[in-house]
Design a protein around this ligand. Structure first.
Ligand code: IPE
Ligand code: IPE
Ligand code: MG
Length: 247
């Protein structure tokens, strides 16, 4: 795989979108698009690591996705269970740590069981992390974090005068994870759909028209190349950024 010319994002987060349209274009049921999407997950997880990415987060199921037809939700949960069952041994072999963000306690029991097993079998790996956003919503994450933070304040484990973001962020699902540097959304939609709203505060966004089942490592490389050409300023002036990077 060619080496990108610019910096490599430490954490890439992907809003995997377009499975349904991919299937529709071929006259296939939507679930066929999801099935193909799972194969893309395998390829992209592998390719990101080859590029030197340390953490990849994949938005697989949102809190809003429960509102889809029951048959589609059921099929997605089945696919998730199948994916976890099939991939756990490969994750262990490749030393990939699996994490999940979202209200995973509300996933169907067989999925939770596979997920817990895969996470505990890979918990000791620290070179590369695959994070699945499952039953994830940024707003519910804020609610859950606020509740946890309030308990910590009441218990005295957080000081009353500590008003830092860093302390609050320890109560998010993403506690201990770096913020995403690059967020990619496939399928031509230009929205965040309740994904990592606070963590992506300073992420670079790349939108591609490619539908998720068609997304390849070449598309990933192209997104990383675009990322590498951006100037991240974090509120500073361009001159300030240039003087710190050249120092
Ligand atoms: C993304 O593909 C997968 C999930 C949201 C689970 P979609 O199923 O949203 O595909 P489109 O957007 O309908 O094409
Ligand atoms: C976002 O895609 C959620 C996932 C990729 C899991 P959706 O297809 O659900 O988003 P909207 O409904 O188009 O905003
Ligand atoms: Mg969609």
């Amino acid at each position: 795989m060619p080496i990108p010319s610019g910096p490599i994002p430490n954490h890439v987060a992907i809003i995997m979108d377009g499975n349904g349209r991919w299937a529709k274009q071929r006259g296939l049921p939507r679930i066929e698009g999801h099935r193909r999407g799972v194969e893309t997950v395998r390829e992209i997880t592998h390719a990101a690591r080859e590029l030197g990415v340390r953490c990849i987060t994949l938005y697989a199921f949102s809190v809003e996705n429960w509102k889809r037809p029951a048959a589609e939700v059921g099929a997605l949960m089945g696919l998730l269970e199948f994916f976890l069952k099939r991939e756990t041994a490969n994750l262990v072999r490749d030393k990939v740590r699996l994490r999940a963000i979202g209200r995973t306690q509300d996933l169907p029991e067989p999925v939770r069981r596979q997920l817990d097993a895969a996470m505990s079998e890979t918990a000791h790996f620290n070179d590369y992390t695959l994070v699945l956003a499952l039953n994830y919503g940024s707003r519910t994450e804020v609610v859950d974090a606020a509740r946890s933070y309030a308990s910590a304040l009441a218990a005295g484990t957080v000081r009353q005068d500590d008003t830092s973001w860093e302390t609050f962020a320890r109560h998010l699902y993403t506690s201990g994870m770096p913020d995403p540097d690059l967020v990619i959304r496939t399928s031509g939609e230009h929205r965040v759909s309740n994904f990592m709203l606070s963590q992506a505060a300073y992420a670079e966004f790349v939108f591609t028209p490619v539908l998720w089942p068609d997304f390849t490592k070449v598309d990933l490389l192209a997104a990383v190349e675009i990322f590498g050409k951006r100037e991240r300023r974090f509120g500073l002036t361009s001159e300030q950024v240039k003087s710190t990077t050249s120092a």
